[in-house]
Design a protein around this ligand. Sequence first.
Ligand SMILES: Cc1ncc(COP(=O)(O)O)c(C=O)c1O
Length: 461
Amino acid sequence: MVDEKQFVLHTWTKQADWNAATIVGGAGAWFWDKQGRRYLDLSSQAECCNLGHQHPAVVRAIQEQAGRLCYISNAWGAQPRAELAQRIVALANQNPESRIQNAEDREHNTERRIHNPEGAIQNPKSKLQTPIYGRVFFTCDGAEATEHAIKIARWVTGRRKIISRYRSYHGATHGALSVSGDARSRGMTDGLRDVARVLPPYCYRCPFGLRYPDCGLRCADHVEAVIRQEGPDSVAALIAEPAAGTNGIAAPPDYWPRLREICDRYGILLIADEVMSGFGRCGAWFAWQAQHTTQAGALPCPDLFTLAKGLTGAHIPLGAICVTERVAACFDARTLETGLTYSGHPLACAAGLAAIEAYDAEGLIARATQLGRWMFERLRAMQRRHACIGDVRGLGLFACVEMTEDTFPQPLPWLKTLARAALQRGVSLAVRGNLMFVCPPLVIEHSDLEWGLSVIDELLP
Ligand SMILES: Cc1ncc(COP(=O)(O)O)c(C=O)c1O
């Protein structure tokens, strides 16, 4: 076997510290190393293997597509690309009729916010054409989806500024890291210009010293105050993770609709980063669908939302941005001046189609809610037994367990030791700073999850 450490630069780590087993196979929520040691995957790797490892239908779809056509550029059509885009759009539009109508009314009323620099709005949808979402732009991963969402928002509005949150993560490319409110972006001194950050909806250690729900969502008022300070006419978009994130922020469900209302008030586009929260992770196809409605009773639909990770269940890298038809139509007569060699790669799109089919056929989105309910009960019971746990938050099968000791983003030494001990016992889990994430594949057996949690329970001080 080749010594990987000798030849590979590994991500987000001091190279000297990297010391991992070589994994040779996996199935469902389990994977194993070359010595045959088995590990239960309680983090879905990087919160991306929502379908578990080696989902047979996805593997088969990739093999079949590889036998037909591996690659064709965007200058040509490719059926997997077309079908996947159609499927994503349908999932985004599959809200109850009344909600679609309400949201469409909202969009109709805020027509002004989409400014086409080359003239009038192109091909505006009539009220009878109910679907909101219209088209998909494909990228290779989540960071590129962020990059292109920012570009599209700037082109469509003719404005430059992007509002993003502290304690957010939108990818490691230059622009995506610049809009990320993440400690890892602090070294990016020459990042994107025209980015303003807002404080996060972080109820456990509220930056405003208030308590939810009596706070009246002061964090949302603060977003509006920052927009007003920045000059609303200069703000193209607000980007945020609706529910789950690597920085451990899980907003209360009435926060996202408030963002929608604020964006509407100032003609700002709302970008939902669904890279981690999408495809069942938060108990819905997309986490924005699991939020409360706006005061007007409308579903808080973002104007653009980004996807990756669960889109193919990480079987092949693929990212995407789903946009409203109103946004898409801005590029009917105007060139979309961007591109990627692998945009809508047929193999990746075939994997995406099979993944969506699997989520649907196996009822995995609903399962994430049901199993998640049980998982949260179990984690809250642990919180009552272990004084080191300060907060348990999240949605669906995304749980963030925050310890009372506040070291974030610096590691909490005993938590790192706990993760190593769990691995020794065959449980793989993600820890970051003083946070522990429990985000198993949606296909995990109930008994396996129960066993994995009991190992954590035994190891907690
Ligand atoms: C919310 C969110 N957005 C974007 C990204 C970047 O995705 P990728 O690593 O595929 O570029 C991530 C990755 O963890 C993420 O969690």
